[in-house]
Design a protein around this ligand. Structure first.
Ligand SMILES: Cc1cc2nc3c(=O)[nH]c(=O)nc-3n(C[C@H](O)[C@H](O)[C@H](O)COP(=O)(O)OP(=O)(O)OC[C@H]3O[C@@H](n4cnc5c(N)ncnc54)[C@H](O)[C@@H]3O)c2cc1C
Length: 468
């Protein structure tokens, strides 16, 4: 679709009526800030919405939902705009943009925080760390907590405090009918169950309430880099360590390419490199003995593990994950990180199509695995590792071939686990991928909740649970 086509979808008078009904901003094709407003993090999805509504509050959300429904237009809900599959934009549709709704209110005594649905992890950590509190958040602080939480949410506090959705206490949701409902263990508990892993299928979460934990302000964490040739030794040693790691330590291995950064010697820039990222969130002054074995997995190129403010740890990776590149993620749960699985991983990584393409292995388990499969819509909890294969390119030339590399790598690894995908790390939008993300009984329950809250599938730009 072109900008002109998009401009013709909603007439000026109709757009003006919507503008008069909201406190926020209605942006049309041709407006000065349209190009900036239509861009999402993943440049693969370059679309031309008919309207972008920057909502200023819940009343605007209700108006926008009702507008899209009554006009019969596709509705894309946008929190932090980091959807890999491009769900937070649409050609010729309405984008309900929550980015102005980013307030976070902390109750330090009750150890709870309520965040508006457009807040990012940077917003959340800033407010909660003022009180030495945190909940499991993203590895990149620009990510929105809305989409992140609704899909599950893995981060540096995963093993100690569970998935982000495990820390969700309640949410306010605007449904397809434009009604505001509260979801918690006590009220609309079916919706509350579905929100914790079922994605944005059930409505617009205008605010989300989280449990907080004492974290930092200083933790022990960072990255240690090893030469690419040591990948097998590092992965094997790390796998062995993960069997006895305490819950306070969450770590991952990133098979990547050394960026031209001052903390890595110039001699390795542009060469394959293995980064082990880790964070220990136990009592301050402890944990050095726990992370010490990570420093010795092989001869390091650079050892940047040490005391670090939690808020800085949460932003450490931001410079490497700027918006505007082409990206595709695909994922699998891994049960068996056997020697042959490690060999397969390294072979796939060696064939990566661009220097920016990476393979991540996250250590899961701990608190995440202690929640029963039935408790939340995020049901696959017992696999000790989560694989994320990332095809990334700054210019996008030949990108389709790059996604094939990622899909093939994922397919090769899927046999080492239950062949399950993680919705937040899924760059595809197919019904088969959604089904592959949930056990059949969870999927059936999600369909029942979808029928109750969104029977006409107004909220379909997501990893979609079709109501029928
Ligand atoms: C650079 C980067 C780093 C990442 N790191 C991690 C990580 O460490 N751990 C992890 O688990 N995942 C991570 N992810 C994946 C991330 O969790 C998903 O991309 C998530 O969907 C992003 O949420 P968002 O609000 O920013 O995205 P959006 O694009 O705004 O939304 C994504 C989906 O959620 C829906 N949605 C968003 N907000 C709301 C809301 N308030 N109410 C209802 N529906 C809503 C949208 O409609 C859409 O379907 C990362 C992604 C990127 C691009």
């Amino acid at each position: 679709m072109t900008m002109t086509d998009a401009r013709n979808v909603v007439g000026e008078a109709t757009a003006g009526e919507l503008q008069a009904a909201v406190r926020g901003q209605v942006i049309r094709p041709g407006d000065n800030d349209y190009d900036e407003a239509r861009a999402i993090w993943n440049a693969t999805h370059d679309k031309y919405p008919a309207l972008i509504v920057r909502c200023a509050g819940t009343a605007d959300v209700i108006q926008t939902v009702e507008f899209a429904r009554s006009q019969g237009l596709p509705l894309a809900v946008r929190g932090g705009a980091h959807s890999i599959a491009g769900f937070s934009t649409s050609d010729g549709g309405v984008v309900l943009d929550l980015s102005l709704m980013n307030a976070v209110r902390v109750d330090p005594q009750a150890r709870r925080a309520v965040a508006q649905g457009g807040a990012t992890w940077a917003d959340f950590d800033h407010e909660t760390q003022a009180f030495g509190l945190a909940t499991t958040g993203g590895l990149v602080s620009t990510t929105g907590l809305g989409g992140f939480t609704l899909g599950g949410g893995i981060g540096w506090l995963l093993r100690k405090h569970g998935l982000t959705c495990d820390n969700l206490i309640s949410a306010d949701v605007v449904t397809a009918e434009g009604h505001l409902v509260h979801a918690s263990a006590e009220q609309n508990s079916d919706l509350f169950w579905a929100l914790r892993g079922g994605g944005g299928n059930f409505g617009v979460a205008t605010s989300l309430e989280y449990a907080l934990h004492r974290v930092g302000p200083t933790v022990l964490g960072g990255l240690v880099f090893f030469p690419g040739e040591a990948a097998r030794q590092v992965l094997t040693g790390w796998r062995n360590l993960t069997t006895t790691m305490p819950d306070e330590l969450t770590s991952l291995v990133d098979l990547t390419t050394a960026p031209p950064v001052p903390f890595l010697p110039e001699s390795v820039h542009g060469k394959p490199i293995v980064a082990v990222g880790a964070m220990y969130c136990g009592p301050q002054g402890s944990g050095e003995d726990v992370i010490a074995p990570l420093r010795k997995l092989a001869e390091p190129v650079a050892d940047l593990l040490g005391p670090i403010p939690y808020a800085a740890m949460q932003q450490m990776l931001d410079p490497l994950w700027q918006a505007g590149a082409q990206n595709y993620f695909t994922s699998a749960m891994i049960d068996d990180l056997s020697d042959s699985a490690i060999d397969e991983l390294i072979a796939r990584w060696s064939a990566k199509p661009t220097p920016q393409s990476e393979v991540h292995i996250h250590h899961a388990g701990g608190a995440m695995a202690r929640v029963s499969a039935a408790e939340t819509a995020f049901a696959h909890r017992t696999s000790p590792y989560l694989l994320n294969v990332i095809a990334r390119s700054v210019d996008g030339v030949g990108f389709d071939g790059y996604t094939t590399w990622a899909r093939d790598a994922r397919a090769a690894m899927a046999g080492y686990g239950p062949d399950i995908m993680y919705v937040n790390f899924t760059g595809d939008a197919g019904a088969d991928k959604v089904r592959a993300s949930y056990p059949p009984e969870t999927y059936a329950k999600l369909v029942a909740v979808k029928r109750r809250y969104d029977p006409t599938n107004l909220f379909r730009l997501n990893q979609n649970i079709a109501p029928e």
